[in-house]
Design a protein around this ligand. Structure first.
Ligand code: SDX
Length: 429
């Protein structure tokens, strides 16, 4: 007998169905609540609300577990690559050699932008934030593919996915080049995904970028670790837009906008700016920690805390280790890493952070790696967006494939004026 939840309201008792996931996540299905009771639910920030059932990513926030299609992030970080993981996340299984070759070839075939798009790039001011350019140019790119909007767009999903995943990298690199007044560097078909991105970012017409294997691998791992994260703010945004049957590129562009916020993907840029400010002031971090605990300071310890993880973010553990390894291999000493480690050490012993279960999240150390590779801080959230693209594509696909997928349209509790009437301007005070 399926479990139900009993709800007593206004002298009546209702039985609500209980849904249990494969990892024993339990939910009360309230799909008929308003029809049956006249009540809706209210949940600030959706902290207690499941918007969907999904089979892509599993997170156990209490135990610090993250798995893509059931495979632990630690195993994938050690043994896989970003593009292999992208295939896993989007299509639900690790690719065979033939599948990986086909997917990789599709990415290569789609790495260029339509040459006409260069005019759009030229229209942006050099100080334009690359996240603004990224969201605009993803939508601009869709204008060159009318089949995205056609009735049979589902039949071309694989090509669309490869197109988006490949071009997001090219758009990002072009945005960086334009911001520095540098000539655009075209992708090279013989380079793999992440190496090609670094080539487009840092090569010069007369000099190839020195693709250090450890730097390429570190950035590939950063992409891999960001590839999906269940119903985070930007992925939930992608699903919201997908639910109206908007096209893949429009949904991803909306995801970029949501990711930009400093409480979400923008935190990696905010962490670096925080560390630089602490370093400039000669503080060891103690003053900043005190401010972060003071509600009136308007400051937070960026890169700390998480809506789901009430334990150490498993991605942060991996990134912290790679930080040490990469800086050693590149013979770099970065005072900001020492400040970050000191902040973590002090915070993890501080009752304020302990009581609120605030731990380092994915954004706390990732910027140190990107800085060591030479990626400028304003590009950090763009790197996050490139990494998250497989997750957005997979969630878009999941919405489109649901047989009875309905448009996402939350209700509200209205708190505005009751019945009111128009007042002619002469009578207004
Ligand atoms: C990402 O959802 C995802 O999965 C996101 C992500 C992904 O992969 O997609 O993991 C990526 O966005 C990681 C988070 C990056 N953001 C930051 O690092 C910004 C700093 N962190 C916070 O602003 C905050 O922790 C959030 C936004 C991450 C989570 O916010 P919640 O769950 O809404 O928690 P909250 O703001 O209600 O805070 C609860 C308490 C409050 O104190 P009290 O009112 O209970 O006294 O904890 C405090 C907050 O003031 N708090 C912090 C803090 N984070 C929470 N205090 C100081 N510094 C912090 N970083």
């Amino acid at each position: 007998m399926d479990k139900t939840a009993e709800l007593k309201l206004d002298g009546k008792t209702y039985q609500l169905p209980v849904v249990v996931g494969t990892e024993q996540e339990r939910a009360i299905d309230i799909s008929n609540l308003r029809n049956e009771t006249g009540y809706i639910t209210l949940d600030d920030g959706y902290a207690n609300t499941g918007s969907c059932q999904s089979s892509i990513t599993f997170i156990d926030g209490e135990r610090g577990i993250l798995r893509y299609r059931g495979i632990p992030i630690e195993e994938l970080a050690e043994k896989s690559t970003f593009i292999e993981v992208a295939h896993l996340i989007i299509f639900g299984h690790l690719p065979t050699s033939a599948e990986l070759r086909r997917f990789s070839d599709l990415l290569t075939e789609n790495e260029l932008l339509n040459e006409a798009m260069k005019h759009h790039f030229e229209g942006f001011p050099t100080q334009a934030h690359p996240m603004a350019i990224l969201s605009s140019m993803i939508n601009a790119a869709s204008c060159f593919y009318p089949e995205l909007f056609g009735p049979d767009s589902r039949n071309t999903f694989v090509v669309q996915a490869a197109r988006l995943l490949s071009k997001v990298r090219t758009i990002a690199a072009y945005a960086y080049r334009m911001s520095r007044g540098l000539p655009i560097i075209y992708p090279k078909p013989d380079l793999k995904y992440t190496a090609n991105f670094l080539h487009m970012m840092f090569s010069l017409p007369y000099q190839e970028y020195d693709l250090k294997p450890e730097a390429v691998k570190a950035l590939d791992l950063i992409f891999l670790l960001h590839a999906d994260h269940e119903q985070n703010c930007s992925t939930a945004t992608v699903r919201m837009v997908a639910s109206s049957r908007a096209n893949l590129f429009a949904s991803a562009a909306a995801g970029v906008c949501a990711l930009w916020g400093p409480l979400h993907g923008g935190a990696n840029q905010a962490v670096l700016e925080m560390l630089e400010a602490i370093h400039r002031e000669g503080d060891d971090g103690s003053k900043f920690i005190a401010a972060a605990k003071d509600k009136n300071s308007g400051k937070r310890l960026m890169g700390f805390g998480h809506r789901v993880y009430k334990n150490y973010d498993p991605r942060a553990k991996i990134i912290k280790r790679v930080c040490d390894q990469l800086l050693e291999k590149l013979h770099i000493t970065d005072p900001l890493l020492d400040i970050a480690k000191h902040l973590e050490e002090v915070a993890l012993k501080d009752p304020y952070f302990i009581e609120r279960k605030l731990y380092p999240n994915v954004d706390f150390y990732s910027g140190i790696i990107m800085r060591a590779i030479g990626i400028p801080v304003e590009m950090f959230t763009v790197i996050f967006a490139i990494g998250r693209m497989p997750g957005w594509i997979a969630n878009y696909k999941e919405v489109m494939e649901q047989p009875h997928s309905r448009i996402y349209r939350p209700r509200q509790v209205y708190t505005g004026p009751t019945l009111n009437h128009y007042t002619p301007i002469k009578e207004r005070k």
